[in-house]
Ligand binder design. Structure first.
Ligand code: APR
Length: 182
């Protein structure tokens, strides 16, 4: 399923993000930028040690990555040139700024993409696995954030993909795209 927002082609794909042929893959990381499970583990396994080494350097220089922010590293053995690591909020019921922090993950990742000349980028569904954010809610936040960025930035990437691992997550994003009239 795909749609056009200003100059950005927005596409929903079901699959494994480590296989994406894009300039940058986004990782759902943690504050310490240490290897985890979920999509983080998959990206690090496929990309190789060079990703962990780059994360270790950022960790020693900046202490990691705050929630809602993003950092960029090389992508090692992946098809992509870069991995953009962003840290989503842990779901605490919805009244702890989760939506704003989640939107910020997408916006900060897209901003880093623009600064690094990235023309195509693939996102997973940030925060909806181990961090427990309800997927129907997260999908609306994610797609709105990408739409807002594409409308506001003339340098927005030409291609934004959401690579969604399972059926249920894909369906939530499809529903959200319809709800938002995109
Ligand atoms: N490709 C695409 N999506 C994937 C893949 C993959 N290879 N593997 C898992 N996913 C999906 C999950 O099914 C979920 O829908 O990514 C989404 C996000 O789930 P998590 O990876 O658990 O991310 P998150 O909820 O943001 O939790 C982050 O998990 O791995 C740790 O270090 C990470 O501590 C951090 C936390």
């Amino acid at each position: 399923m795909q749609t056009q927002i200003v100059q950005t082609n927005l596409e929903l794909i079901q699959g494994d993000i480590t296989k994406a042929h894009v300039d940058a893959i986004v990782n759902a990381a943690n504050n310490a930028l240490v290897g985890g499970g979920g999509v983080d583990g998959a990206i690090r396994r496929a990309g190789g040690d060079v990703i962990e080494n780059a994360c270790a350097e950022i960790r020693s220089r900046e202490g990691g990555c705050p929630t809602g922010k993003a950092v960029i590293t090389t992508a090692g053995n992946l098809h992509a040139k870069y991995v953009i690591h962003t840290v989503g909020p842990v779901w605490e019921g919805g009244n702890s700024g989760e939506a704003e922090l989640l939107a910020s993950c997408y916006q900060e990742s897209l901003q880093l993409a623009v600064e690094n000349g990235v023309q195509s980028i693939a996102f997973p569904s940030i925060s909806t696995g181990i961090y427990g954010y309800p997927t129907e809610k997260a999908a609306l936040v994610a797609l709105t954030a990408v739409k807002d960025f594409s409308e506001q930035s003339s340098a927005a990437p030409a291609s934004v993909q959401f690579v969604l691992f399972d059926d249920a997550t894909y369906t939530c994003y499809e529903d959200a795209l319809r709800t938002l009239n995109l």
